[in-house]
Design a protein around this ligand. Structure first.
Ligand SMILES: [Zn+2]
Length: 436
């Protein structure tokens, strides 16, 4: 009697991960109860749903390790401005005015569709009203790690940091056991959170068993501010108060000294690189090849759509592979394989989910994307990893499965009325337009 599966993908060029390296092979893949249950040639399964991959590329879903998901509603609102003007004249006042449950719902829907359409199946968020984000993601079926933003001043969702801590505990109670929704503890940055707040965040993360997610050394302005206050770099300062350890996900890390890199390595801090946002805001170039050489675990994220201006991880991989070659004059740094690892298995490792996410392996969650390889810019196909990083784009993703559920098939989103989502976002943007 043949075995049963929920979904059987046949004849794909599968990227599998074994003994620390990826390999491509024409194979089938079977999914049951949200899990990959078999991978191999000519699998025999009685499946409820069969997907004929016809030589297309079958990959693990991409992971976006840092974003601010509702900010897609601010996409393109203030480009090509000095960072301080961008932040203080536009983004901050707009967040104050529009930061609401409705804004969050509409922005999250829009971003979730954009991410699914470009092959992202998991994302990490730092924003406000994360309960609303969880509800939308649950409905649409995208996996997420949500961090309610902690700051020393009132946020759109909470008047005090104590209130934010309560919100995080509540979120953990409500969503902590959900198979799709995970949580983070997300103090915004060392210049917006004082020592007490940072250490209370660390205590909370330890108590709840969650990762810490924080922006560090994004701009030279931040470094100057921390230096003049504490006579230390942001990394030295955070280390001196006992904040840094293996549980910390440090986003950006653009301006680092050699000593900073040494500290990050020794404390096993994970670094999340957001090259497009760093370039667009002229923040600078993170010393990523130097950190990679040192052995620091590196992940990749887009940052919010107000500073990118999209959430396409294919774009992000392409930039991450190229800018460091340009910066260092060394074509061998940040090769396609390392970049793809950053967007998949290394991001999964950073999230503490290496045994469940980031690669196509039996027993892992079935978070899978299928790329249409039958396109001019993907022919000929000598090295699929090269195509994924240097040639493909989000628009090549045809089918998306998350936790064993078909979310997009042949570019059609199956879990939410896409036209309605787009219309709501267009209508909401009319309200924002009146304020700028
Ligand atoms: Zn950010």
């Amino acid at each position: 009697m043949s075995r049963t599966a929920d979904i059987l993908i046949t004849n794909g060029i599968l990227l599998t991960f074994q003994n620390g390296s990826f390999s491509f092979k024409r194979s089938d893949l079977a999914i049951k109860d949200g899990i990959i249950i078999d991978i191999g040639e000519d699998l025999s399964f009685k499946a409820k749903k069969k997907i004929e991959a016809k030589g297309n590329i079958v990959l693990p879903g991409l992971i976006n390790a840092h974003t601010h998901i509702p900010m897609s509603l601010f996409r393109g609102i203030a480009d090509d401005l000095p960072l301080e003007t961008w932040w203080q004249k536009f983004i901050f006042p707009l967040e104050k005015k529009f930061g609401s449950v409705e804004f969050t719902r509409i922005g999250t829907q829009l971003s979730a569709l954009e991410m699914i359409r470009s092959g992202t199946t998991t994302f990490c968020d730092m924003y406000f009203f994360e309960d609303e984000i969880a509800k939308v993601c649950k409905k649409i079926g995208i996996r997420c790690f949500l961090g309610e933003g902690i700051l020393d001043f009132p946020t759109p969702s909470c008047q005090t940091k104590e209130e934010t801590f309560f919100v995080i505990e509540d979120l953990n109670k409500k969503w902590g056991k959900d198979p799709l929704i995970d949580l983070l503890v997300a103090p915004h940055a060392p210049y917006t959170c004082g020592e007490k707040t940072l250490l209370a965040s660390k205590d909370l993360a330890e108590k709840l068993g969650l990762k810490l997610h924080i922006h560090i050394s994004e701009t030279i302005g931040e470094v100057d501010q921390i230096r003049s206050k504490y006579n230390k770099t942001p990394v030295e300062y955070l280390d001196s108060i006992g904040f840094l350890d293996e549980n910390v996900q440090a986003v950006h890390c653009v301006h680092l000294t050699e000593n900073d890199i040494e500290i990050l390595y020794k404390k096993k801090v994970k670094v999340i690189h957001c090259p497009e946002s760093n370039m667009k805001l002229a923040s600078g170039f993170s010393p990523v090849p130097e950190m990679q050489k040192k052995g620091i675990m590196l992940g990749l994220g887009t940052d919010g759509a107000a500073s990118n201006n999209n959430l396409d991880m294919f774009d992000e991989m392409d930039f991450a592979a190229k800018i460091h070659k340009g910066r260092t004059g060394d074509t061998t740094v940040m090769d396609a394989f390392s970049i793809f690892k950053m967007a998949t298995i290394d991001n999964a490792d950073i999230l503490g989910m290496k045994d469940k996410l980031g690669s196509l392996e039996i027993g892992k969650f079935a978070d899978i994307i299928i790329l249409n390889a039958d396109r001019p810019h993907l022919i000929p196909l000598y090295n699929p990893c090269s195509h994924i990083v240097y040639s493909a784009g989000g628009q090549d993703v045809e089918t998306v499965i998350i936790h064993g559920k078909l979310i997009m098939e042949n570019r059609k989103i199956l879990t939410i009325d896409e036209e309605k989502v787009l219309q709501e976002a267009r209508e909401y943007s009319e309200k924002i337009k009146k304020e700028i």
